[in-house]
Design a protein around this ligand. Structure first.
Ligand code: AVI
Length: 329
């Protein structure tokens, strides 16, 4: 194959995951209007480590708030929970904050916990962290969220209910409308009476949000720019990271913090494995992430629209964040 600007004959056959990454990068950077890259590609080994660092930054209260609410209310949640119960978690990460719930759920009867993760490294550390909890058997599922959930639901024991954990406000990173569609798909894999515990970041003052997504130490900037570094590493591209700038801005129409990478000058970048050259104007941006901030009422509406009832909402007082208990209708 030949293309303008490339003298080489491209015969390389890429692994499926790399080919998909290349196709997504090309589609996002070739768009006529706003260029974009999917935020799921943040999380290679470097990106995951940078996200762990973000979660302990003083300006970013989200992860600590999530953990606090779970710790404070784990006992109450466990007392309300149906039995027998299996727990599965969409995107468990290291599973650190899940420990509180699992400890509280163990009431003399073993509980199966299925962390669902596409990262084998995160699954391994989750299994290490949580297999030490009394009465919990951890069965890692290395799959995409919905595939993994279907697999867990298919293994359901007679009469058992499922508690699905979707924590950390990952729901806020879905495009507008895609959050509802995703929860509808989750609902379709469940039976009436199953539980979904959804962690979601809430609307809060603008200065607090801007500091959280543009911390002065530059950790979030490094997290954002690592996406370009990952494209360089995996797709044989030549992005000059210093020629791009991290920008976090609030979109009042969608109630979302948006992260962008701004091109500091007019430039052309070659992305070898995507067989493509991207042109940037000075000041043009690549939209890399949306992080939606919910209201409590909006979460209740989301529950109804996706086939659940919102039974309870627990809120952190230090950093506006809610854990909502949805029960499948
Ligand atoms: C994973 N997700 C909920 C984070 C968020 O806040 O939207 C990702 C993140 N982006 C920048 N900082 C953290």
């Amino acid at each position: 194959m030949s293309m303008r600007g490339f003298d080489v004959l491209v015969t390389e056959r890429l692994p499926a995951a790399t080919a998909q990454f290349a196709a997504d990068v090309r589609a996002g950077l070739e768009r006529a209007g706003q260029k974009e890259l999917p935020s799921k590609y943040f999380y290679d080994a470097v990106g995951s480590a940078l996200f762990e660092a973000i979660s302990v930054m003083p300006e970013y209260g989200l992860t600590r708030a999530d953990e606090r609410v779970l710790r404070e209310h784990a006992g109450e949640i466990a007392r309300m929970a149906p039995t027998p119960l299996s727990v599965c978690e969409l995107g468990s990460g290291s599973g650190k904050k899940t420990r509180w719930i699992l400890e509280a759920l163990y009431r003399g009867q073993n509980v199966s916990y299925y962390p669902i993760e596409i990262s084998a490294a995160a699954l391994a550390s989750c299994e290490r962290e949580l297999s030490l909890v009394d009465g919990i058997s951890v069965v890692g599922v290395e799959r995409e969220y919905l595939d993994g959930l279907r697999e867990v639901a298919a293994r359901r024991e007679e009469g058992a209910h499922l508690l699905v954990l979707f924590l950390g406000s990952t729901i806020g990173n879905f495009d507008s409308g895609a959050d509802r569609r995703f929860l509808q798909s989750v609902r379709q894999t469940l039976i009436a009476g199953d539980w979904l515990l959804l962690g979601a970041d809430l609307v809060k003052p603008l200065n607090q949000l801007l500091a959280a997504y543009d911390d002065p130490a530059g950790v979030t900037a490094a997290f954002n720019l690592n996406l370009l570094a990952r494209i360089n590493r995996e797709l044989d591209a030549d992005f000059h990271l210093r020629q791009f700038e991290h920008v976090a801005r609030f979109n009042e129409r969608t109630n979302s913090i948006e992260m962008h990478l701004l091109s500091k000058k007019a430039q052309t970048v070659t992305i070898g494995r995507a067989e493509f050259m991207a042109q940037f104007r000075e000041g043009e941006s690549i939209w890399t992430e949306s992080s939606h901030k919910y209201s409590l009422a909006e979460l209740k509406t989301l529950a109804i629209a996706s086939g659940f009832d919102c039974q309870e909402q627990w809120i952190d007082q230090e950093w506006q964040f809610a854990e909502s208990l949805f029960i499948a209708r």
